[in-house]
Design a protein around this ligand. Sequence first.
Ligand code: TRP
Length: 339
Amino acid sequence: MEEKKIVLTGDRPTGKLHIGHYFGSIQNRLKLQEQYETYILIADVQALTDNFNNPEKVRTAIKELAKDYLSCGIDPEKCTIYIQSMIPEIAELTVFFSNLVTVARLERNPTVKTEIAQKKELFGNNGESITYGFLGYPVSQAADIAVFNAELIPVGEDQLPMIEQTREIVRKFNSMYGDTLVEPEALVGKFPRIKGLDGNEKMGKSLGNAIFLSDSEEEIQKKVMGAVTDTSKIKKDDPANPEICMVGYYHKLFSNDSCKEVFAECRKGERGCVQCKKQLAKNIAEYLRPIREKRAYYDNNPEVIDKILIDGTNRARKKAKETMEKIKKNMRINYFVNE
Ligand code: TRP
């Protein structure tokens, strides 16, 4: 039997998932789990690199994230879901990898650069208070990937520099200590990026413009009522342009059957915004209903989540230990092991 390729993805546990994540990555993972051996990493160590002052937030988010995955249909029989800090081999490999990358190279990583510039409170106006841990998180991410010998890494474009850096480190490791690790490839899908309710190009939990997968019907309605519409429309029966309206934008995603009609009526001024928003909120709530219902099950049975995470972590650890033995042997640090 041909071995299945290993796919590895991960998220930083910093909050709940929203519909942007759903269309942007979860849907893709649902497909991948049918085809590949899939690892899903809850990257708490990485989350702590910029939330070290708020570990409680990370702790809470781990369970929320696991609930989000499972209620969307990520199947723990097909995917190994695990917690990064509970795989000490990742931390160990990070230390070995840190010898293979220069500080200058890390400082050039465009994603890290952008993030440092955004986190002035934590790292200073010009990044003068950058921590060793944050600057080095690409090294830790390389270890996340390499310790599982993952071959395919489905990511958004912002993560490409991380995969490139992983490839460089793996190549360097292999040329220095002999062929040991798999050089991974990024799997850049054409994942749509979902705009926020306020029209921002990005839906983000910190931007306050997101609909969470766990939002109640009431919360969804309240948020949709505040969505940005065509500002030229003043009165209920003014014609408007649904293409520049966030309600129109979401109708395209959630109201397949009625979308044409909605757009035509809007253009003719036959559709008030309040009615239009109510209809959209109903459609979104309906679309997310199965996810919400499954989530309620996990909310009521938290021990099921714990078991899935513990089992997944045990499975992942076993795999990481196997790679680590090989790594230590090739690095000549497998002291007192009979070869
Ligand atoms: N950096 C990723 C993000 O912010 C999360 C992540 C951590 C990751 N380790 C990974 C993604 C390994 C893919 C592979 O989204």
